[in-house]
Design a binder for this molecule. Sequence first.
Ligand SMILES: Nc1ncnc2c1ncn2[C@@H]1O[C@H](COP(=O)(O)OP(=O)(O)OP(=O)(O)O)[C@@H](O)[C@H]1O
Length: 283
Amino acid sequence: MPVGTLFPPLPLASKMLGPCSITVSVKSSSSLRFRNSQASIVSCDYSCFEVRDVSYRPPGTQHNLLNGVNLSLPEKSFGLVFGRSGSGKTTLLQLLAGLNKPTSGSIYLQRYGIDGQPNQCPELLPPERVGIVFQFPERYFLADTVFDEVTFGWPRQKGGLALKEQLALRLQTAINWVGLSGISLDENPHSLSGGYKRRLALAIQLVQIPDLLVLDEPLAGLDWKARVDVVKLLKHLKDKLTILVVSHDLNELSSLVDRSWRMEMGGVLKEEPLPVSGGTLTL
Ligand SMILES: Nc1ncnc2c1ncn2[C@@H]1O[C@H](COP(=O)(O)OP(=O)(O)OP(=O)(O)O)[C@@H](O)[C@H]1O
């Protein structure tokens, strides 16, 4: 892919850097698409996020919340975990995001060749490569402006111009990806609509350009209009990164789903494709 010049037309860049220009190179990517475990186009090597024989028991407790969980999610695909309340879905997302460590088993990234065989040693998945959006993320907004909210966790130490350029570019990319570019960066996050608050919560994670984005109940608590809005946004993001969602909203998300699993009570995960159309699934 050609090298392109993205700056300046971006208001964000001038907010962070003052007038300047920045050059970025864009890497080409493979065009893998999976639907219910079937790879429809495989044009080159690909990677999968893999959970292998993971069990989890919180420190000081007697029972496992997860038991021998296995999951494989190809890059740039959309996975859904569903199941009854209390079965262990959020616990699994927390392990993927590195908030807790598995008691046994491992979570890693595995590269495969065109023949479907692993072609490298598995790489452990560093927590900073995973973005997590919790249920009702707007409850955790802290800042008075959209700009401060998105940049809240950024390094405050003096960085060179190169670091600032990199951060500005990531910020602009995240804002564009979630469709927030029409909103003033000085807007108070709490004054945004429900759907826009969810967009902002996604942007906060996307500035890190994670390899894997995990979302806990992304439609919970939204009105119908905002739900449609968030589903459209997830469809758009699906082309850019790998997404794993925990949700009870199977019908609304089914058109996005490439792979799905049911978490059974006791933390046992089983792959279960969603009905292709018209069918209903019970939790
Ligand atoms: N630190 C902990 N110590 C003991 N039990 C815990 C701990 N964290 C969660 N649990 C219990 O583990 C079970 C699984 O919780 P988890 O939040 O993962 O379920 P869930 O499937 O995401 O539920 P929901 O759909 O209601 O969000 C629940 O019974 C919960 O009470």
